[in-house]
Structures are given as structure tokens and as C-alpha cells.
Design a protein around this ligand. Structure first.
Ligand SMILES: [Zn+2]
Length: 461
């Protein structure tokens, strides 16, 4: 694609911790609300005593809002109790992201209130705190700076526009906001940046799935005001959407029409639709109910010491360990990676550990992690042969205790050998594995796999 563009990304990602300023769980409820509260929005005066004009305008309309609550929401979401101190786990997650994106972390920061007039916050404002700045990402077409990383509280979610009804379950879920500088020069680079930031986020404790991440792009071509396109769910749509937007802007410049800053909504076909004119900078004033946020050197050192590896690095590690691509995908998608690495410390054989942790449970049913660990220990100290692992696990799934399952009632080894000789005569030309399977099936676990293997090798070679 030709023509220069200037683009920047703004990404909001929900964190997988408790809420930012209370101890409620960050869960979205599917069941009916337990109670409803009705509120009218009052125009809120800032520090200066000024009342925000937009807030005043909304308040004049005297709109009533309905909020749905649950036993998983508290008085903080209802704005009837002051906010608690900031969630430490969420803060640590943001420090990880800031370090992975090469940012400077502010040692002291003021938590701010950002005026919100649409009713999606019971208080009429959203709390936000700037945690880091001046980071960067290296891409194929040059460095893209990270301007700011903030920690914010998510808003209440709309349930019904007609009734002005919101649900409190989402209000207060920690959100990390990452803003890049307008350094992106082409649509492919926008995609590359989004993928990289996605990799960083998924390496940390963030929520997964649709709706947990919101990606916006700011685009402008020379001479055209900045356009913000919101609501990308799929990174694949970055290139076609930005290409279409650039064409639209070039058309506007030619016809001299529609030359205003806008917020637009990304559609699934790569086009976008107008939502509203570009708003001015959000009004902010200090959150006086909370102390200054201090991020000590010890905290930053702790974050550096426990910094998670990027998923792309983990992938390289797992390839080195000899896992196949599909196995790596499964490990990285699930939450088994820590268990996998811990079991590797007992027996350093990645394929075997993968089999015990993922493959066998997938075939026979889930087992507790401590049972799986005991099985790996039993193999390590010679109490259990690797070839019998599946059978022992099966018996535990069927209800036996680990101790019972480990005592394997054995068939007479002479009987086994004559059975093998008979089988080789009946079905000549099979592989060792082929005979092995048939014998194991015949003796249904009453035979030690290692011994069968030895006999087969002796007879076949
Ligand atoms: Zn709460």
C-alpha cells in the first residue's frame, strides 16, 4: 500500500485479579440480578469547584439510571463506601507489562478521577492512574514508542439502552491501558504491534476471550484530522480496516468533505461506521479518597526478579525441549505450563511429562495434580514402569487409590512369553509396538510393559 499514514494503538485489557478498589471477584454474571438500585446522575464538581459542562448537560436531562447488583458486588461499586487501597496483584501485573514494554515506572503517582457522563459509573467518574511511560517496541519497520501505561477500573456494562440499565459486575474490574505514540507507518506494522502487545499481555495475568480486550486505532493521512476506530476484536482485521480507512480519508481530502475528527466503530467486513465526533481531552481531577500511589524500588526489583517470559520465548524453549507444534499450542493455550515445568524437574523428559500431564488424562479423564506428581515420582524411583503409567492412571480414575493401583497383579512371565511366541507365529511381520499393543490388551495390565518389551526384542532380533 502506498501513501504515508500516522497511526497509534490504544489497548484496554481486563486483568485476571480481584477488582481494583475492592475485594470483589472480577466475574461477569449470567444469572438474573439479586437487586436493583436507581440513581440520578449529579454533576460532579472538580477540585477547582467547576462543574463539568458535559456532566451538567447530562444531569439537566435528569436521567435515571438502573444498576443491577449481586452478592459478588459490594458498596464500593455502589459508590456508598470509599474505595479500598489499590489491588496489589493488579499493580504487579501492570509492572510486568511496563517492564516487558521497556517503560519507565513512576515512583509516585496520583490516582485520578475521569469524568464519565453516560451512567456507566455509579460515581460519575472512572478512577485511573498513570503507572509508566516512555517504553518502546522494535518492529520490522522501526521502533514504535509506548507513550503511557495506566491502570483503570472498568465501567458497568450496559444491559438495556432504553431503560438506562447497567450491571455492576463489570464495574471495577482492573483494566490496563496501553497507548502507543503515533509512530506506526503502515497497516502491517499496526498488526505487528498489536500482536506483540498481545503476546506481552498473555504472558501476564490477564483475562482471556471475547470482550476482555478492546483495541482502538488512531489513523490520519497528511492533511486529514485524526480518526479513531474502536472495537477491534481480531488482530487480522487491522490491515483491511486501516487500508479502507486510508482510502476513505484520501477520498475526503479530494472531495474536501467530511474533514472532521471522528470516533468510528470497526465492522467485521473491514469498513467502519461513524459513532460520534472526536471528544476533547477527558476531564480529570485528583481522587481525594485515596493516598498517592507509591511504587517502591523493592517492588520494581521484585517485578524484575519474577518477570514472566514472553509466550514467544516459551515457545522457543518448548521447541528446544523436543515438543511438537500442536503440543506446544495446547500447553500455551491451557494453564498447565507451570505444572509441566515442575514435573520436568522430577524427570527431565518433556515428551513423557506431556503424555502424563496432558495426553493420558485427555483419554481417560482428569486426575488431581498431586496424583500425577506421585506417579512421576513413582516412575523416577523405579516403583512404576513408564509403560504401565497409563494403566495405573486408568485404575485411579476407576476408583482405586494410588497405592492399590501401583500394586500390579502380574501374570506368570512364562505364560506371557509363550503367548508372545504364539502371536508372532499367527501374525508375522508386525512391529515391536504392534505386538506390544496386542499383548498389553490381552493381559489387561497384568503384565509389566518393560518385560514384554524385553521379550519382544529378544524374540524379534
Ligand atoms: Zn466490590
Amino acid at each position: 500500500m502506498s501513501g504515508e499514514i500516522k497511526a497509534g494503538l490504544e489497548i484496554h485489557q481486563q486483568l485476571d485479579t480481584h477488582k481494583l478498589f475492592c475485594n470483589c471477584p472480577s466475574v461477569l454474571r449470567k444469572d438474573d440480578a439479586e437487586f436493583e438500585v436507581r440513581r440520578r446522575l449529579h454533576a460532579v464538581a472538580g477540585e477547582s469547584g467547576e462543574v463539568d459542562i458535559a456532566a451538567k448537560h447530562e444531569a439537566k436531562q435528569n436521567k435515571e439510571f438502573i444498576y443491577e447488583g449481586y452478592d459478588t458486588t459490594c458498596l464500593v461499586e455502589l459508590d456508598e463506601e470509599p474505595p479500598h487501597l489499590i489491588n496489589e496483584e493488579a499493580l504487579m501485573t501492570v509492572l510486568y507489562v511496563a517492564l516487558l514494554l521497556n517503560c519507565e515506572i513512576f515512583p509516585i503517582s496520583q490516582i485520578m478521577r475521569k469524568t464519565v457522563v453516560d451512567g456507566s459509573n455509579t460515581s460519575g467518574f472512572q478512577r485511573t492512574v498513570l503507572v509508566a511511560r516512555n517504553g518502546y517496541i522494535e518492529t520490522e519497520s522501526g521502533r514504535v514508542r509506548i507513550d503511557n501505561i495506566s491502570l483503570e477500573e472498568d465501567s458497568a456494562r450496559f444491559i438495556s439502552k432504553e431503560e438506562n440499565k447497567f450491571r455492576l459486575d463489570r464495574l471495577g474490574i482492573p483494566l490496563i491501558e496501553i497507548g502507543t505514540a503515533p509512530d506506526i507507518k503502515n497497516p502491517e506494522q499496526a498488526k505487528e504491534v498489536a500482536l506483540y502487545i498481545g503476546d506481552v499481555l498473555r504472558s501476564c495475568k490477564v483475562k482471556r476471550g471475547i470482550g476482555t480486550i478492546r483495541q482502538d486505532v488512531n489513523v490520519s493521512t497528511p492533511g486529514h484530522p485524526r480518526i479513531e476506530i474502536k472495537g477491534f476484536q481480531d488482530v487480522k482485521m487491522f490491515v483491511p480496516t486501516i487500508e479502507k480507512e486510508v482510502k476513505r480519508q484520501v477520498g475526503n481530502l479530494k472531495s474536501k468533505k467530511d474533514l472532521i475528527g471522528q470516533v468510528r466503530n470497526a465492522l467485521s467486513d473491514g469498513s467502519s461506521e461513524f459513532i460520534r465526533p472526536m471528544p476533547g481531552a477527558a476531564r480529570m481531577y485528583p481522587e481525594t479518597d485515596l493516598p498517592l500511589l507509591r511504587i517502591s524500588k523493592q517492588m520494581i526489583d521484585e517485578a524484575k526478579r519474577t518477570l514472566p517470559k514472553l509466550r514467544s520465548e516459551l515457545k522457543v524453549d518448548l521447541i528446544k525441549k523436543g515438543l511438537r507444534d500442536d503440543e506446544i499450542q495446547i500447553l500455551l493455550k491451557g494453564d498447565n505450563l507451570d505444572d509441566f515445568n515442575n514435573l520436568l524437574k522430577i524427570i527431565n523428559e518433556p515428551r513423557f511429562i506431556y503424555k502424563v500431564l496432558i495426553e493420558i488424562p485427555k483419554q481417560i479423564g482428569d486426575l488431581d495434580m498431586d496424583i500425577i506428581e506421585s506417579i512421576v515420582y513413582a516412575v523416577d524411583n523405579g516403583k512404576l514402569d513408564k509403560l504401565d503409567v497409563k494403566q495405573v492412571m486408568q485404575e485411579i480414575v476407576n476408583g482405586k487409590s494410588l497405592e492399590e493401583a501401583l500394586i500390579i497383579e502380574k501374570a506368570d512371565i512364562g505364560d506371557v512369553e509363550s503367548e508372545i511366541i504364539k502371536l508372532i507365529k499367527e501374525k508375522p511381520g508386525l512391529s515391536v509396538g504392534g505386538y506390544m499393543g496386542l499383548i498389553m490388551q490381552k493381559f489387561k495390565g497384568k503384565v509389566n510393559g518393560k518385560e514384554v518389551n524385553t521379550i519382544l526384542n529378544k524374540l524379534l532380533n
